[in-house]
Ligand binder design. Sequence first.
Ligand SMILES: [Zn+2]
Length: 136
Amino acid sequence: MSPPAPATLPTPDADSEKFWAGCRAGHLSAQRCPVCARFRWPPMEYCPFCHHRGGDWIALPGTGTIRSFVVVHRAFDKAFDDKVPYVVAHIALDGADGVIIIGNLAAAPDAVAVGQRVTVEFRDAGPVALPQFRPV
Ligand SMILES: [Zn+2]
């Protein structure tokens, strides 16, 4: 799959820049509150559970389980017209209880199932490295 057009790439901000730096370094990571020890997603300044400001970034193994998925047959942006059909999945990440990330799954749509185990790989897209999952 070729890199997406720059307009469709994520823009790291103050809350997510460490996540994207981890992707660039080749690993997934998630924020965990240093007070209540709960993981949170998406990244944010305050813990939504105990309202503590700040969080620790924990490196994750990069594996997970598909909780649900959709097969996109009609691209939401012209930059993805040549990619359809493709799979977008909700993936419960190992090592980060409660964190479910939305990601592209590099697999034929008819080969995807809820409960399937996946692993992450990263695609260089210029300013960011994009996480993409594949079945294991
Ligand atoms: Zn907390």
